[in-house]
Design a protein around this ligand. Structure first.
Ligand SMILES: [Ca+2]
Ligand SMILES: [Ca+2]
Ligand SMILES: [Ca+2]
Ligand SMILES: [Ca+2]
Length: 392
């Protein structure tokens, strides 16, 4: 793989690493603009730093960079500051025949390991979260075969350990051919287990952005399904469902909860089989930033003609909303609690309207005393306001 997205500087904005002669790491500002961030990294030479990958080696929420150098050695570097990178390659080989690197936790101990492929050989070095890398496995697939592709991380057999897939050119010209090979880690699955893969703690996400939640499961025998839940108030919950009854394929695309600011977020992963379940939590807290709440509680997009007011505030038992929007614009008024959980959804016709939230959730149970966020969504605008409900 010659391009990988990640966040090297921990600002919550996507950066990427690419094997290219003009440079390797580009940092993004979140609006589609990227600037070269190589700084003190080794120069790219005529072919670039080959087979780069990004992953958080030291668990601080910022991605480190791995790559293969022009001598076939394997290196890992950590962003320190603009233009300043630290070499954390330790005892990884300075010269060898490697072409592509991957950063993945192959033994599922919570620390990323380095895996590299080149000249027909795959090698795994176990990491300790710092500078130390120790070789734990190496095997030759087909001596001196040129590399086409290499990817680790999927767990095809649900034994709880990632497997390896690669493509190389085997045979000799003119009868050479591309060969795809798949290697599975050979442990038997004997205990139901789930482990988080991403996020792992201290990442920064923007509300409304899209991230991939990843996990790995050890599933003896039967079929498994996954439930994902979010807490924005620490590892004890309360928990809000992200998705349930998911296929256990290790990955879920997630639209990060908006209108929430918290640096104490956790995901709870649960794997279910018939008659059994297992649970795991994100190892450390990650952060969700919602800019719309940073500068006050009113957010407008596009149309200034859509507005509403809430009264009284605070209100006992029920909150009134006076709405003003285009006559041909039916909308929805959503009520959220401050954990981001949707409490009630009220459909409203276009024009000038008056609706009452009776202080009950979708099931008719009374909501508790607290601050609630009201979001009015129409085809042309989204407006948010807060009000306090005092339970009856
Ligand atoms: Ca970034
Ligand atoms: Ca890091
Ligand atoms: Ca590991
Ligand atoms: Ca496996």
């Amino acid at each position: 793989m010659d391009i990988k997205f990640g966040d090297v500087n921990g600002d919550g904005r996507p950066d990427f690493a690419v094997a290219h002669q003009n440079g390797t790491v580009y940092t993004g500002d979140g609006t589609g603009f990227f600037v070269l961030g190589d700084g003190s990294l080794p120069g790219p030479g005529s072919v670039g730093l080959r087979g780069p990958d990004l992953g958080d080696v030291d668990g601080d929420g910022r991605d480190e960079l791995s790559f293969c150098n022009s001598s076939g050695g394997v290196e890992v570097w950590s962003w320190q500051d603009t233009l300043s990178w630290l070499d954390i390659s330790g005892s990884l080989p300075v010269t060898d025949g490697y072409d592509i690197s991957q950063l993945w936790d192959m033994d599922v101990d919570g620390h990323l390991d380095v895996v590299a492929f080149g000249e027909g050989t795959v090698t795994i070095w176990k990491g300790d979260g710092g500078l130390n890398w120790s070789q734990v496995a190496s095997f030759t697939v087909y001596a001196s075969a040129p590399v086409s592709a290499f990817r680790v991380g999927g767990d095809a057999d649900h034994n709880g350990y990632p497997d390896i897939v690669l493509i190389e050119r085997e045979g000799t010209w003119p009868s050479d051919y591309n060969r795809i090979r798949f290697y599975k880690e050979a442990s038997a699955a004997d205990t139901l287990k789930i482990a988080p893969v991403f996020p792992m703690g201290y990442e920064k996400f923007y509300g409304g952005s899209v991230k991939f939640i990843r996990w790995i499961t050890e599933v003896p025998g039967s079929t498994s399904v996954i439930r994902l839940e979010l807490s924005t108030q620490g590892p004890a919950g309360p928990w809000v469902e992200i998705a349930d009854s998911l296929k256990d394929n290790g990955c879920r695309q997630w639209s990060v909860l908006n209108y929430v600011n918290s640096d104490n977020c956790y995901i709870r992963y649960t794997v279910f089989t018939e008659g059994d379940s297992a649970t795991a939590l994100t190892p450390g807290p990650f952060e969700i930033i919602s800019p719309s709440l940073v500068s006050g509680d009113v957010r407008r997009t596009r149309s200034a003609e859509v507005s509403f007011s809430l009264f009284p505030n605070p209100a006992r038992g029920a909150i009134n909303a006076a709405l003003s929007m285009g006559s041909r614009e039916p909308g929805v008024l959503e009520v959220y609690d401050l954990t981001g959980r949707i409490v009630r959804r009220l459909l409203v016709d276009g024009g000038t309207r008056f609706v009452v939230w009776d202080g009950e959730d979708e099931d008719g149970s009374p909501a508790s005393t607290g601050t609630y966020l009201f979001i009015l969504k129409t085809p042309s605008a989204t407006v948010a306001k807060k009000a306090v409900l005092i339970a009856r």
